[in-house]
Design a protein around this ligand. Sequence first.
Ligand code: BGC
Length: 743
Amino acid sequence: MKKNPTLKLLPLLFFLTGCAGGARNDVPLAAYQDATLPLEERIEDALSRMTLEEKVAMLHAQSKFSSAGVPRLGIPEVWCTDGPHGIRPEVLWDEWDQAGWTNDSCTAFPALTCLAATWNPAMSALYGQSIGEEARYREKDVLLGPGVNIYRTPLNGRNFEYMGEDPYLASRMVVPYVQEVQKQGVAACVKHFALNNQETRRLSVDVEVDDRALYEIYLPAFKAAVEEGGAWAVMGAYNKYKGQHCCHNEYLLNDILKGEWGFDGVVISDWGGVHDTEESIRNGLDMEFGTWTDGLRSGTRNAYDNYYLAHPYLDLLRKGAADVNTLDDKVRRVLRLIFRTAMNTQKPFGSLNSPEHLAAARQIAGEGMVLLKNDNGTLPLDAGSTKRLLVVGENAVKMMTVGGGSSSLKVRHEVTPLEGLRAAATAAGCEVVYERGYVGDPTGSYNGVTTGQDLSETRSEEQLLADAVSAAKEADAVLFIGGLNKSWGQDCEGGDRKEYGLPYAQDRVIEALAAANPRLAVVLVSGNAVAMPWVDRVPAVLEAWFSGSEAGNALADVVFGKVNPSGKLPFTFPVHLEDNAAHALGEFPGGDSVRYNESLFVGYRWHDTKAIKPLFAFGHGLSYTTFEIGNLRLSTDRLDADGSLTLRVDVTNTGDRPGAEVVQLYIGDDESFVPRPVKELKGFAKVSLQPGETQTVEFGITPASLSYYDDTKGAWTAEPGLFTAYVGAASDDIRGSVDFTLE
Ligand code: BGC
């Protein structure tokens, strides 16, 4: 389980000896050992010293999460970890079971949907730095995350691990995460490349998507992570595209990732995502992990030799049926990864569960919560004047950091919503009473990590409801805390949701509470949109996400007004599932293949174009204060092909508390020969304002913000003509617009 201690010390020795004049005991350093030499020179030197067997040994796993280095040359192993919300606890060498370490409990950061909902790249940087430090402390070289698959349907069980439905938002948010993780000497492995938008038949489904949707919707966040973030690793997806598995896919890996984008890092397979040796050799895979070979299943000693990129590859090389240039390209990439991470002499030591990490988790969680509805100033609650607060719902007491699949964690501590609310309320003299209301899933374990919570319940469904309703009648205010959980069939890897509605008959409980007490706020803990048939009868709704170790404290901050909500939805909440394009056009989850008939019209692009009113729109989120956005002015209303223009907008806090507004810029092409969405997000800025304060936001607009992917030419093009810039506080709350012309 542990790296060879001698190997671990080698980079340090090289560093020390390098500083002392480049030699130890007067033996000159080999070029690859000399950290002062250029990276590519070191790579060539190391490569030139390696045998065929040593090269192949680097290209596949040697345990569940590690691959071999070159012990003879002192080149260390590569250790990977999930990702993307915290550092996964250590598992056994060959098994998913826990290794039983006592020093691998981590900080759980909020799920990536919550991070995206901050609409604040500075939060992404803080997240990347904090999780990078935890990875480093645990001596990991590759963090398996972040995930940037686009939110195509609310039923995808893994949406909570991704950054929403919009390629521009996901691109802006992924870049700082990647950069900050990598400053720790840990590679970010951006996943799952690409088109991994459902869990149903995830290992085999063949995605059929047109080139415009591929380039305009599904690829931009990966491209930004690679080109702007400089990601050192990318994980291939399980599914197929054009009939080939994405882990060895000619178009995605050779043509686009390594060709068009010039990616110089490693392509790592998803665990068990490799199916063919020759395709893997040819089509851009560099490292194979998680293959469940026959040898591995029966536990023979050399099971890893059976990997597609192990002995089968070596055999082809020895027979001359595979070429050494292709092999060397893969090995160079792995060496580059190792020099950037495990042999990086400048990397910091990292830290685990530091007070700073808990503070970061709390801050990001508070900033990501989205106030969806707030009639009559229902929230925030004034703990001083609320004598009795009733909290109802299983998600108020259930730990949510365990479960959900590979992102499941073992945390050092997790503050549940009830604990956080109780601590904050009690300090202000408010009594918090709890009622379960319904029973969802009382279990809580994943791969041998258990929450240790006893959530068993003996009361009948009717009794639970009756008890909650009678307590609601006695309370000054009621918080219902429900939503989804990380159990299979909900927000969980390996399966999709079965229904859009809330599970466990929660709708019935909410309706009954609304009838019993008008001061009701519904808090959703979820990574996905849900149906809200009761929305007109509930005055306040807050989306609190899966928000990690500090979930309860962050929720209390928002509920009691210590934090003024400023989160915005990173995806649309449709009223009905059929209002979502993938469902309207009938292709989800498909069969052996799934056709993305909706093409570009994902999320708000579909709602806008078809004029379908959403339940809550992309970009929506309220505050406890109010903002005015206006006074749009353009530096010029004519833009030429290599020019740019500036759009200035004023935003004023017109309420009585400090707060932050996300000013959003959307652009629509009014005269287009190809189908285009009514408008698309092309800029945003989060602005913090004191009451009465005004600030001016500036957006730069260039032809790149106006272009579409011309699939007849295979290139991005902006059509001359009239465009409209829309500025607002949500995709359905546009406060002003101006026209300009591209010449
Ligand atoms: C998941 C990946 C994860 C890997 C390793 C796979 O099942 O799809 O996201 O990183 O397992 O746990």
